[in-house]
Design a protein around this ligand. Structure first.
Ligand SMILES: [Fe+2]
Ligand SMILES: [Fe+2]
Length: 357
């Protein structure tokens, strides 16, 4: 199987990273805003409910709507002079500290890194909006169409909340990471509703839930905590849709299709993981005198690297894929080798699953 972004692979010891350094190439990727996405739409004449649990999820979504403008107290302060997250949660702040920089610089670096991370989540939210729009067309059943349409509204609200947070509180929206742009385009171009659902709802939303969960647990700022709590609540519903749909899809798939889904899922997550924050380090590192490659080499050499690195994967996406039967003994070792599956983790139920029960 060919790996994604093969031309940008580089070995750091035993680990292969994905790195973009050519500014012109990066600018070109970002400027490519039109993506040809093949789509077969489906009519249905069955207006009654056929998939009870999806209808229930749609109903849950209706009662849990919120208003990003009026349900959040936008007058609450967020300042780069305070620790918005715990200092240990920021890679840049930790490096600045090791380099002997003062606390004000560490705080500023942590604030930049948070702005960068939220910006990437924001671009991901836009991809979710686009994909759910596609799903309303591509899905076969009315329950799925209703659900996907309701998720379009949710994603619009997430874009609203996060973009307003970045403009009003952070002051910058950072551009999309080149590797993320390529992966999101890959999902948007996926030909079937099944693949789109696996890619967006299971993989990306699973990752996003993991990142939001970690952000919320590290947050020291009440406004940020509340905004994330609200977004997370919606995302758990989206992840639940992903699991419900994929359970049906996996049940119906033959062994070849199942293996194909397993490989595709691994390929996307492997590529996400192979970037190892390099895109962020290239963008923000120079401001703080940080060399991206050196830092990445040091990080990869840490004795507890696999344990730390797998946190965000083990939060939701890996347990969900296992639960679906999309991580088998065929790929499990590879996940483990890449530090994306680390056993001695919390054993909480994958998020999304609790909504289905
Ligand atoms: Fe979202
Ligand atoms: Fe979502």
């Amino acid at each position: 199987m060919t790996k994604l972004m093969q031309d940008h692979r580089k070995r750091f010891g035993a680990f292969e990273v994905i790195e973009f350094v050519d500014e012109q190439e990066i600018a070109k990727l970002r400027a490519k805003t039109d993506v040809a996405a093949p789509l077969t739409l489906n009519w249905t004449w069955e207006y009654g409910s056929e998939v009870e649990e999806l209808r229930a999820l749609y109903e849950k979504g209706k009662v849990n709507q919120w208003n990003a403008e009026s349900d959040l107290d936008w007058s609450a302060p967020v300042s780069k002079d305070e620790w918005v997250l715990n200092p240990e949660a920021s890679m840049l702040a930790q490096i600045c500290k090791l380099m002997g920089k003062d606390e004000a610089t560490q705080k500023a670096a942590a604030f930049d890194e948070l702005g960068h991370l939220l910006s990437q989540l924001l671009h991901g939210e836009q991809a979710a909006l686009q994909i759910c729009g596609q799903l309303t067309n591509a899905c076969e059943k009315m329950d799925e169409k209703w659900y996907a349409a309701s998720q379009v509204t949710d994603e619009a609200r997430h874009i609203e909340a996060i973009s307003k947070f970045l403009s009003r509180k952070v002051g910058t929206i950072y551009p999309i990471n080149p590797s993320l742009k390529i992966l999101l385009d890959e999902l948007l171009r996926a030909e079937t509703a099944r693949k789109k659902t696996l890619g967006m709802q299971t993989l990306f939303e699973g990752m996003a839930v993991g990142i939001f969960g970690l952000l919320r647990s590290e947050s020291r700022n009440p406004f940020l905590t509340e905004m994330i709590r609200r977004v997370e609540q919606d995302e758990a519903r989206h992840a639940a849709f992903g699991i419900l749909s994929m359970r049906r899809a996996v049940r119906e798939a033959d062994a070849t299709e199942k293996a194909e889904m397993e490989d595709w899922a691994f390929g996307i997550l492997e590529a996400l993981n192979a970037n190892q924050q390099l895109d962020m380090l290239h963008l923000l590192g120079p401001k703080y005198g940080i060399d991206p490659e050196n830092i990445t080499k040091l990080t990869l050499g840490m004795p507890n690297w696999a344990e730390l690195n797998s946190l965000v994967y083990m939060h939701t996406v890996v347990p969900n894929l296992r639960n679906l039967g999309l991580i088998t003994e065929r790929t499990e070792g590879q996940y483990r080798d890449l530090g994306m599956l680390y056993e001695r983790q919390r054993t909480e139920t994958a998020s999304g699953l609790s909504l289905i029960a």
